[in-house]
Design a protein around this ligand. Sequence first.
Ligand SMILES: [Zn+2]
Length: 297
Amino acid sequence: MRISGYSTARFSTWYYLDELKLLFDAGDGVSSALASKCQRVQHVFLSHADRDHIGGLLQFNQLAARSDRALTYYYPKDSGSFPAFRDFIEQFDPNLAKACWVAVEAGQRIPVASNHVVEVGENDHIAISGGGDAGLTKSLDFRVIESRRRLKLEFAGLAGAEIGRLRAEHGDDHITNTLERPLFGFSGDAPSFDAARWRNTEILVHEATFIAPDAADRGHCELGEVIRGATGLDLKALVLGHFSTRYDADFIRAAIMREAEAAMIAFPIYAVLPLTTVSDVLAGEPVWPGSSVRSAL
Ligand SMILES: [Zn+2]
């Protein structure tokens, strides 16, 4: 899986999944990094309206809005900022093709390809850090789920023609099960690590804004909390980003090694270091190697 991205607390966050042409958040710099790839994107998932996650939207929209195919932005249902931004863009760039702006909330599944949906989750990042109402949907996270149909075991020995006859007679659901694989998760900004939310996820991109001895603030996570929280998960890779610029690369790497060793983490941990655009996160060297699962990615 090719993941491109940039994620530095206070300045900008975005991640792009190349195979599915999905963009998660649209911080400053996203257009210049993706360049002509902007025009391939049809689905943009926006976790919340803090400027570091949407600062690149105006330019991105100008490059991605096309009359020959749909472009859709998905945003937290109770955020008033996104409708305001939509109205501004439509007035500022009246000659552009209009994008769709869709308000979403936890539990919704958005089809993004024939075998893939994005499942919406939510957290209390805004409610907790901004003093808002925890009952409102203002901050989201996302999972990309692949689903494939597989022949039920009881039909495994049948010839193709017989399977075709059963399918025609009884439908797909009669002869196949649907298997779901949560391929990718993106935490957005999170006030805490939600292990239950990320169960079975293969590759998780999570924020880790602060590093001990600094404590997490009310809206973001501390690195050790994330790594310890992920201990019981069967990840193929953990990608950490959204670090504060108060930490340099060596300090971050040392902290990841220390926490991963203490928690005996079996999967590799990658870092999107501050002020650095990464074109293929998983192709780089992991900070923590984990065991030998890299070849399976
Ligand atoms: Zn942020």
